[in-house]
Design a protein around this ligand. Structure first.
Ligand SMILES: [Cu+2]
Length: 144
């Protein structure tokens, strides 16, 4: 008997507040939809992130030397076999990269100009100087 009473009361309450419950219900439904959409967006972005990092991993074989204030920075750099090193001049004076191993020297590197690149296919230490300013020295150590 008690059970019936409670049910009757509840249905009465729903009946009287029917107009009020409707907008609340649709708001809740909208909120749930939004949460679901956000959860899905979070899932898809979380699933997408490993893909770019995997694709960016293989070409990460470059290294850079910047020519600043009549100096190679870093002066000594260690890279892996197969890596390409790029030299960029950021100063007003022109510089070159002249190799001690007989590899042809770079063209004159000027500020804002294209970088000079060399790819190292064998291990060893490759020393160089600036062909214009002999006191500017640097080396690339290539490891397996
Ligand atoms: Cu120089």
């Amino acid at each position: 008997m008690k059970r019936y009473r409670i049910e009757a009361r509840w249905s009465l309450a729903v009946a009287t507040t029917k107009e009020e419950t409707r907008p609340v219900r649709s708001t809740i439904a909208f909120g749930l939809t939004l949460m679901l959409a956000l959860a899905l967006a979070a899932c898809s972005s979380g699933g997408a992130s490993p893909t770019p990092s995997a694709s960016t991993a293989p070409p990460a074989t470059g290294a850079a030397v910047t020519i600043v204030d009549f100096a190679f920075q870093p002066a000594d750099l260690t890279v892996k076999v197969g890596d390409t090193v790029a030299w960029t001049n950021t100063g007003n004076a022109p510089h070159t990269v002249k190799w001690d191993d007989g590899t042809p020297a770079s063209d004159r590197l000027t500020e804002g100009g294209a970088p000079y690149e060399r790819t190292f296919d064998a291990p060893g230490t490759f020393t160089y100087v600036c062909g214009i300013h002999g006191s500017m020295k640097g080396s690339i150590t290539v490891t397996e």
